[in-house]
Each structure stands twice: as C-alpha cells, then as structure tokens.
Design a protein. Structure first.
Length: 328
C-alpha cells in the first residue's frame, strides 16, 4: 500500500506545508496532496497548482497531486498547460485530481453557474486529454470550442486524472474519463462501498478491468502517541470541519444531506469513517478499510483548523515509523 498525506493548509502556511512535504519525502511517504476551497480563513488553498509548482522545485521523489481542484473554475486550456508544466517541473510526479465542486458561494465568486457544472466538467476533461495527446485540436462543444489549437509543450506521457465525486454521474465520469476514482474523506464505509460498487460497474460497462484501476482512498487521520491524546486532538480540531464547515451552511453533498450522522459527536462520526488513535489503533483501523474497501493508496488528511505544524510533523514521524511498516 502507498501512503500520502494532506498537510497544513492555508495560503499563509505555505512554508510550513513545504517543510512537511520535504520531511515526508525523507521519511518515505509516496505522495502529498492539496485541496481547493475559497474564502475560508486559515484553511485550504485558493491556488493549489501554483502551490504545487513551488513544492516541485524542492522535492525529487514524492508524487504531488490535487485532492481536488474544482475544474469548472478553470478554462480547460489553462489546466492542460499548467498540468504539463507541473509534470515537467516534477519530472512526471503530478496527478491531476478534479471534481465538479458544490459550494454556491465559490461559484458566485467565480461567476459560474452551479447548474450544468457536471456537463462543463465532462467537456473540459475531454478537451484537456485532446490537447495533451494531439498536435492540433478542433473541438466544438456546448461550453468550450477551439479550432486548430495546440499547446506547447505537450507531455510525453499525460498525467493521470483522478476524478472525485459521489453521485452516479460523477462515478460514471470517473470510470469513463478518469484514470481513477478518488473518494473524499467524509463518507462512512457503507457509502464508500456502495459508491465503489457503482464505480466498478461503470468501469466494466466502459470495457475496463476494475482490478487494474488504481484504488486511492482519502481519510481523516489524527494520530498521536496515545489514544487519549488523539481523541482529544480530534475533538478540538477535526470536529471543526464537520460542525462549523460541513454542517455550517456549506451544503455538503453528504454531511447534513444524505448522511445525517450527528456532526458534533466524535464517537458517532468516527465509526468506520475516521482513523483516530495511537499507532496501534490506527493500524487496526486502516486494516479494516484495506480489508473491505481494498485501497492501494491511502491519503491521510492530517490538518484541521488550529492543528499545529509541530503536531503534523510528529504525525508524519509516527505514520512513517510505526504505521507504514505494517503495510509493506
């Protein structure tokens, strides 16, 4: 199994995040990831591709990816070009994770309509792949059109595209247009398995072998020397995401919508959803997801509002030294 992480987030914290990625590479982590949201104080990244460009210049082995960018906010030609440059700067270490987005205030900020964002997303993916693989592209879509277009440089090998989302159409796009489905950290195991079955069905319908597709999984992770310390940290930091963000007017597609689990009770939320505890406890919880979901790449979201950079560095050490060896 491969291990990745989402570290300290927020534009003011770039240097802390960079230090975490450099240390994670030294410790043997396989990947580092950035999320995208807008207008959230001291959390998330408004420009994840720009941030990754900086990280690419200070690393040499660790895979760098977006988990995820909101593709409808970008023109697909710009994403195609920026992705190629990231791939060159990282020497082939970039994965483009993308989804359709869901926050109304963000779409208003970018003066984009929520309606039909999935159709725009699908069209953008098609155009990006054409620009990566063809010398000249003429494309007449409903939302995007180019004539005899080319980008330079083009990638010798196109970066993988991992598609996020929970609805049937998103899962169909992941199977038909993506190289993998990348589930976010919020869903419980029952929802994960249901969506995975749907995704695998779409893969088969697309003529693809589900067993050959990458199987990444993003999870909320709080690890500490003891269970009690980890639970305390999760109570003080992880629940902020669910109480104040997901449950505080974000209109999250799962939390508060199809998933009515209480958002202010760690015990109720964490079962078959979070990975929280000492290294020994985390190994058991990760093993349960491995046995049921069968992931081959675990992305640990380590940062939550107010979590200290020092603790993230400690979590990287604990994961590398006491958790990852159990899955070699």
């Amino acid at each position: 199994m491969r291990f990745g992480f989402i570290g300290t987030e927020g534009g003011h914290f770039y240097r802390e995040f960079l230090e975490e990625v450099v240390r994670a590479e030294e410790l043997g982590f396989d990947s580092a990831w950035l999320e995208e949201h807008h207008g959230v104080e001291n959390h998330y990244w408004p420009s994840p591709l720009m941030c990754l460009a900086g990280v690419a210049t200070r690393t040499s082995k660790i895979v760098l990816g977006t988990d995820i960018i909101v593709l409808p906010f970008y023109h697909p030609v710009r994403v195609a070009e920026d992705s190629v440059m990231l791939d060159i700067m990282s020497v082939g270490r970039f994965i483009l994770g993308a989804a359709i987005g869901y926050k109304p205030d963000e779409f208003e900020l970018y003066q984009q309509a929520l309606r039909m964002r999935g159709a725009r997303f699908s069209e953008a993916l098609d155009l990006i792949r054409l620009l990566w693989t063809r010398e000249s592209v003429t494309f007449e879509g409903e939302y995007y059109a180019v004539r005899e277009a080319r980008i330079e440089p083009r990638p010798s090998t196109p970066p993988p595209i991992w598609v996020g989302g929970w609805g049937n159409l998103s899962l169909r796009r992941a199977a038909g247009q993506g190289d993998a489905w990348i589930p976010g950290p919020t869903a419980g195991l029952e929802k994960l398995l249901d969506c995975q079955a749907t995704y695998r069905g779409h893969l088969i319908a697309s003529g693809k072998d589900p067993d050959q597709a990458p199987a990444p999984l993003t999870r909320e992770v709080v690890i500490a020397d003891t269970d009690a310390e980890a639970i305390d940290l999760a109570e003080r930091h992880l629940l902020v995401n669910y109480r104040d963000e997901y449950g505080g007017g974000w209109q999250h597609p799962l939390i508060g919508a199809t998933d009515a689990t209480p958002i202010d009770r760690l015990g109720a939320l964490s079962t078959d959803r979070f990975i929280v505890g000492s290294p020994e406890t985390c190994v058991r919880q990760i093993q349960r997801f491995a046995d049921t979901f069968g992931m081959d790449h675990l992305i640990c979201r380590l940062y939550f509002p107010g979590m200290s950079h020092e603790h993230i560095m400690r979590e990287l050490e604990l994961l590398a030294n006491e958790v990852m060896p159990a899955f070699e």
